[in-house]
Design a protein around this ligand. Structure first.
Ligand SMILES: Nc1ncnc2c1ncn2[C@@H]1O[C@H](COP(=O)(O)OP(=O)(O)OP(=O)(O)O)[C@@H](O)[C@H]1O
Ligand SMILES: [Mg+2]
Length: 407
């Protein structure tokens, strides 16, 4: 075998490696040698084309050189050409995409934009048609902060898409949907799949009342007929029979077939919307050990939803939420508490902590702190008693890092 062996040539990155421009340009050229297993390397500088190093080395040495050159900022001509091609393809793609987006907007706006006479309410930067006030409209939480992450979801609601929010406990999934509904006047029904909801509760059942057998609609047909928004909480705990019923309804304008009622077809009211929340589905599956009993939702099922990952709020956003929820807090106080939560979440992400630190927990702790005036005492029922002794010790040390306790 010698250096002209094609297999070896494939391995050895022959060619020109350059850095800098004009007079500052410097280059190394690698070519195959007449001698077996050897490579010729040449070096030059500036624009003269003069070669000041010309030597032969073996493959091991060449690899070491290539590494060193890369560290020094040399790039192979082949790689430069690849990058130029990719960037050209990228810019052509982006330009084509921009044109397609404009065309889609124009085509959609006629369809999706609410009729000029329809009253709308603006949430974030999206106009949502208003519903009808009714007893099931949730109460507005004036402290609720709509962040940018909500815009796409509100647009999905306008377009009647099925939306699934996934994320850790207390990251704001359920409250987001409720607060959109509260502001736009839609009634909300909730069904929790973690152990309590049977297929009968969900779809409906026959029962005997006053000697008569009557049908009682479950939560799904009620929401579909009346035009409520249905939030299916903890969908990753649902029994297979419920998932099977849901699949049919997941298509936009999907109808429900009530087999138990002689195949009655339930048509969705135009205001009906379907939402799901889950802690450990899809991209959150890595955390299934924290949510014991959660089922893996298969991809075909997930593909019928728009799935949004709800992370905890940022430090600034959470400070804002604390201030809005508990206006007696000062900004520095709120900021310190939010920073403690952020540090605990970072420890959780590093797997130093086994429990996540929810916004719900943070608000609860702050409320209790305002009642007791004592950071540690408030942390007892709001935090420490809910986690393992190890976690409690670590959280206590995070708190101590931010707050100097009175002696
Ligand atoms: N953007 C926000 N603005 C104001 N408060 C928020 C916000 N996000 C979350 N919260 C607070 O956090 C609490 C918990 O949120 P929520 O119940 O929506 O969480 P979740 O993600 O549905 O949790 P779980 O998975 O446990 O059901 C809310 O009641 C609210 O007080
Ligand atoms: Mg929830």
């Amino acid at each position: 075998m010698n250096a002209t062996d094609p297999a070896l040539q494939d391995e050895a990155p022959l060619g020109l490696y350059t850095r800098g421009d004009g007079r500052a340009r410097e280059w190394w050229r690698v070519s195959s040698s007449e001698r077996a297993h050897m490579y010729r390397i040449e070096h030059g500088q500036g624009e003269s084309g003069e070669v000041d190093v010309d030597t032969e080395i073996d493959l091991d040495n060449l690899e070491a050189k290539l590494l060193k050159w890369r560290r020094e900022g040399f790039v192979s001509e082949a790689q430069r050409a690849d990058e130029a091609r990719a960037s050209l393809a990228g810019s052509t793609f982006s330009a084509a995409l921009r044109r397609a987006v404009e065309a889609a907007r124009e085509a959609n706006s006629a369809q999706v934009r609410p009729h000029a006479s329809t009253p709308t309410v603006r949430i974030g930067s999206v106009d949502l048609p208003r519903g009808e006030p009714n007893a099931l409209v949730p109460r507005v939480n004036a402290a609720y902060l709509f962040t940018e992450r909500g815009d796409d979801i509100v647009q999905d609601i306008v377009e009647n898409r099925r939306v699934m929010l996934i994320g850790h406990t207390g990251s704001g999934k359920t409250s987001f949907i409720e607060q959109v509904a509260a502001r736009a006047d839609y009634g909300v029904l909730r069904a929790n799949m973690n152990g309590q909801t049977t297929i009968g509760d969900f779809v409906g059942f026959w029962t005997v009342k006053g000697g008569e057998t009557i049908w009682v609609d479950g939560v799904l047909p009620v929401a579909m007929r009346e035009g409520y928004w249905l939030i299916i909480d903890e969908l990753d705990f649902a029994e297979p029979s419920i998932l099977a019923v849901l699949t049919a309804v997941l298509e936009p304008n999907g109808r429900l077939l009530l087999k138990e009622r002689g195949n009655e077809i339930v048509e969705p009211h135009p205001s009906f919307r379907l939402f799901a929340t889950a802690n450990a589905a899809g991209a959150m599956s890595a955390y299934r050990h924290l949510y014991q009993g959660a089922n893996l939702l298969n991809e075909a099922f997930l593909d019928r939803w728009r799935v949004y990952l709800f992370d905890y709020l940022s430090l600034e956003e959470e400070t804002e939420v604390l201030l809005r929820t508990l206006p007696v807090l000062t900004r520095p106080l709120a900021h310190t508490l939010a920073a403690i939560a952020a540090d605990c979440r970072a420890a959780f992400a590093r797997e130093d902590l086994a429990s996540a630190f929810s916004t719900r927990r943070l608000i609860d702790w702050a409320e209790l702190m305002l009642r007791t005036g004592d950071v540690e005492r408030a942390a007892g029922p709001a935090i420490y008693a809910k986690v393992s002794a190890d976690d409690a010790a670590l959280i206590r040390s995070v708190i101590r890092h931010h707050v100097i306790f009175d002696a």
